[in-house]
Design a protein around this ligand. Structure first.
Ligand SMILES: O=C[C@H](O)[C@H](O)[C@H](O)COP(=O)(O)O
Length: 218
């Protein structure tokens, strides 16, 4: 079974946790693209979606799913999104597709975060995947120096501008043993919009696709 088939299994398994007659929060990425396909199969049973990226919005709309303004909603039940890495505490690294800030915003409004991954995303310690940090462009050199002081090796992601008009710095060589603390420390650097550690708001449930089926971790 390919990695993409494992992603697809996890994504379709998420459908059973989507309450009907409500708005659904939708993340971004190749795993979520499978979830959007799955969501289209029940589009007449939901009230629409709130989206975390232009990419997901376009796919949702192309499949006939209404995309609602997050500011028009007080809360909704379930946010479904992938991850680049996830540990046993359901802390994640996200942002490989540069969508981390809007993802963190939509996740914050959701009552429950369901993370869909293939088994290759499970790690003991976060940080082998370079940590994405979204940065206001004029602050990129300053922020890079501060990230170096925290022990990382910052690399500006070439040719990428986020949906919010900012740049991404990928931080290599971090062994993230205290994700809750490091997420806050990086947020405190002036010029940082958001970082890809999702630990202060971890996932509530993880669906892990593998060749043996989909494992549910609650
Ligand atoms: O910015 C992108 C998101 O955080 C994605 O959820 C993450 O990169 C995982 O993507 P994929 O499902 O393509 O592996």
């Amino acid at each position: 079974m390919t990695q993409d088939e494992m992603k697809k299994n996890a994504a379709w398994a998420a459908l059973q946790y989507v309450p009907r007659n409500t708005v659904v929060g939708v993340g971004t990425g190749s795993t979520v693209n499978h979830f959007i396909d799955a969501l289209a199969s029940i589009k007449h049973e939901i009230k629409g979606a709130v989206s975390s990226s232009v990419q997901s919005t376009e796919k949702l709309q192309a499949l006939g799913i209404a995309v609602l303004d997050l500011n028009s909603i007080d809360s909704f039940s379930v946010y479904v999104d992938g991850a680049d890495e996830i540990n046993q505490h359901k802390h994640m690294i996200k942002g490989g597709g540069a969508a981390l800030t809007r993802e963190k915003i939509v996740a914050a409004v959701a009552e429950q975060f369901i993370c869909i991954v293939d088994q290759s995303k499970q790690v003991d310690v976060l940080g082998k995947f370079p940590l994405p940090v979204e940065v206001i462009p004029m602050a990129s050199a300053y922020v890079a120096r501060q990230l170096t002081k925290l022990g990382g090796r910052p690399v500006l992601r070439q040719g990428v501008i986020t949906d919010n008009g900012n740049v991404i710095i990928d931080v290599h060589d971090l062994a993230i043993t205290a994700p809750v603390k490091l997420e806050q420390q990086i947020n405190n650097i002036v010029g940082v919009v958001c970082n890809g550690i999702f630990a202060n708001r971890a996932a509530d449930m993880v669906l892990v696709g593998s060749a043996d089926g989909t494992q549910v971790i609650k």
